[in-house]
Design a protein around this ligand. Structure first.
Ligand code: FES
Length: 160
């Protein structure tokens, strides 16, 4: 992150804190605001939020970790959402989950080392009859196995 970007993120965190600290139950709305403005909830944001709300860092970190929605690191250029719900799991979803983690070299909630993909778990994409299902950015794919996933990722990686 450049110095300018870091200063911008710092301002965005400070502004979000000022907007939310006086509300009742400020933590979740504040975390949402920080992620929306900065793209993720950094360690620095966790520390500032904890101090502002008089919580421990562990308290804030616990909430951030509990919700898959919150990212701890900057997201990838593309998002890969793998369905982990029952209908997909019954037709090979677990193997696909393992393949997605292996191919991207990260776990759910993480980002591939080249910054191309963020991996997310979702619970039903409304495509249950054609599982296992994967949503890559805004494109839904059904009957995805490891080989097909590799092809889809390569194709997406090649896009500008
Ligand atoms: S259970 Fe996977 S799309 Fe519905």
């Amino acid at each position: 992150m450049t110095q300018d970007a870091a200063a911008e993120a710092d301002d965005a965190i400070g502004q979000a804190i000022e907007e939310h600290r006086a509300r009742r139950g400020p933590l979740l709305p504040l975390l949402h605001a920080v992620q929306e403005r900065c793209g993720h909830v950094s360690d620095a944001a966790v520390a500032r939020i904890a101090q502002a709300l008089n919580l421990s860092r562990a308290d804030v970190h616990g909430v951030v970790s509990f919700y898959d929605h919150f990212r701890r690191t900057p997201g990838g250029r593309h998002s890969v959402c793998v369905c982990r719900a029952e209908a997909c799991q019954a037709v090979g979803g677990r193997a696909l989950e393992a393949e997605a983690r292996r191919q991207l070299g990260t776990s759910f909630g993480g980002t591939s080392a080249d910054g191309a993909f963020s991996l997310h778990a979702v619970y039903c994409l409304g495509n249950c009859a054609a599982g296992p299902s994967v949503l890559i950015d805004d494109e839904l794919h059904g009957r995805v196995d490891g080989a097909r996933l590799a092809g889809l990722l390569a194709e997406r990686r090649a896009r500008p």
